[in-house]
Design a protein around this ligand. Structure first.
Ligand code: XUL
Ligand code: CO
Length: 441
């Protein structure tokens, strides 16, 4: 049986193609600096947005027309697995990601939930045998069910802490079973709404304890996935403990977890935190903490997480610049934590949206590589900071200067000359690179 019978395998047709079901720029085998696009980009499909999401919003019911809509319960879960692997194959995507509740319905007891999961995980494992698509990461949804009203590991209720631990324990076992390359923690409700009823220190200490226990259990069962924290500043809670990379990094260092975790950076979370996507990537990269990416984009006119498919070339270029400078994503990937708009309700839109995202990152990759090859940004930045390569500047960075030496230097200075930052010219140059990338095709 086919769930997407009107869609054939998506092929690369090149920039001149006007076939909405073809790649124009993402050519998996094309080499960029000695590696294939597929190897560098490591795209992933988010199970929740593509197979579980019904496109409802706070003001209206779901609009999604899906070939599995007629099924319920475990039959629905099984139909989704069948559809998912057909989708992965047709899109030729190397990875997928899921939360526990995306793949199997919750039972009325935790035991029943486990048993539902066991059945679906066995089915997924079977499908994976004949598929090129691997598990980038899985995670536990410890935020949707009403029991998580006050958090999971940061709940005021120890029973909820225990329940959350059990779900993560199961998630780690599932990750191991399916060969997951990473395991993600997004602290959906790990934060608070009002200080008036919150023990901030206990909640944060408990979160630290929880992460240590998770890491110990992963070691115990021999699951060597990279652990990832996914920062988000707000929504659902007003104050999230993992606000952004800098906050998350301080948290990890404080609790001695900085060697156990890296970050899964989501574009729309970055912008909600008042940063650019590339800021978060850079901050993680320079601290050796860039693990993986949730590839999407927000709507600058809206103040919440819209999870749109990435189509902004400028943003993907600067993101790929950071990723290439990082030497790639290692075991991480570009997971489309993105949903089609409520008005894009046909099943075919799921393919078209992923194609748009993959093509947008492919262009970003090529332009970023060219910017690096031509030393466009580094050359400029190096020159901008060249006062630190000799004299007093060199003494400062080599730790040889103290306040006495600096004062002596300052007293002898005439007028100080600064250099122009030339940011407009740099932006215009990036535009030139974007325009020229496919000019000859
Ligand atoms: C929520 C979000 C999550 C995580 C995984 O904003 O991004 O879907 O990616 O829990
Ligand atoms: Co995400």
């Amino acid at each position: 049986m086919s769930y997407f019978e009107n869609v054939n395998k998506i092929a690369y047709e090149g920039p001149k193609s006007n076939n909405p079901l073809a790649f124009k720029f993402y050519n998996p085998t094309e080499q960029v600096n000695g590696k294939s696009m597929e190897e560098i980009l490591r795209f992933g499909v988010a199970y929740w947005h593509t197979f579980t999401e019904d496109l409802s919003d706070p003001f209206g019911a779901g609009t999604a027309i899906r070939p599995w809509n007629g099924f319920t319960g475990m039959d629905l879960a099984k139909a989704r697995v069948e559809a998912a692997f057909e989708f992965f194959e047709k899109l030729n995507v190397p990875y997928f990601c899921f939360h526990d509740v995306d793949i199997a319905p919750e039972g009325s007891t935790l035991k029943e939930t486990y048993s539902n999961l066991d059945q679906i995980v066995a089915m997924i494992k079977d499908y994976m045998k004949n598929s090129n698509t691997k598990l980038l990461w899985n995670t536990a949804n410890n935020f949707t069910n009403p029991r998580f009203v006050s958090g999971a590991a940061s709940s005021n209720n120890a029973d909820v802490f225990a329940y959350s631990a059990a779900k993560v324990k199961k998630g780690l076992e599932i990750g191991k079973e399916l060969g997951g390359e990473n395991y993600v923690f997004w602290g959906g409700r790990e934060g608070y709404e009002s200080l008036l009823n919150t023990d901030l220190k206990l909640e944060m200490d408990n979160l630290g304890r929880f992460f240590h226990m998770a890491s110990e259990y992963a070691k115990e069962i021999g699951f060597d996935a990279q652990f990832l924290i996914e920062p988000k500043p707000k929504e659902p809670t007003t104050h999230q403990y993992d606000f952004d990379v800098a906050t998350g990094y301080a948290f990890l260092q404080h609790y001695g977890l900085e060697n156990t975790f890296k970050f899964n950076i989501e574009a729309n979370h970055a912008t909600l935190a008042g940063h650019t996507f590339e800021h978060e990537l850079r901050y993680a990269r320079i601290h050796g903490m860039l693990g993986s990416v949730d590839a999407n984009q927000g709507d600058p006119l809206l103040g919440w997480d819209t999870d749109e498919f990435p189509t902004d070339l400028y943003s993907t270029t600067l993101a790929m610049y950071e990723i290439l400078k990082n030497g790639g994503l290692g075991r991480g990937g570009l997971n489309f934590d993105a949903k089609v708009r409520r008005g894009s309700f046909e099943a075919e839109d799921l393919f078209q949206a992923h194609i748009a995202g993959m093509d947008t990152f492919a262009i970003g990759l090529k332009v970023a590589q060219k910017l690096i090859d031509d030393n466009v940004l580094d050359g400029f930045v190096e020159n901008r900071y060249n006062s630190y390569s000799e004299g007093i500047g060199l003494d400062i960075v080599e730790g040889k200067a103290d306040f006495h030496a600096l004062e002596k230097h300052a007293l002898n200075l005439g007028e100080i000359n600064n250099k122009s930052g030339r940011v407009e010219t740099i932006k215009a140059t990036i535009n030139q690179y974007l325009m020229n990338a496919y000019a000859d095709k």
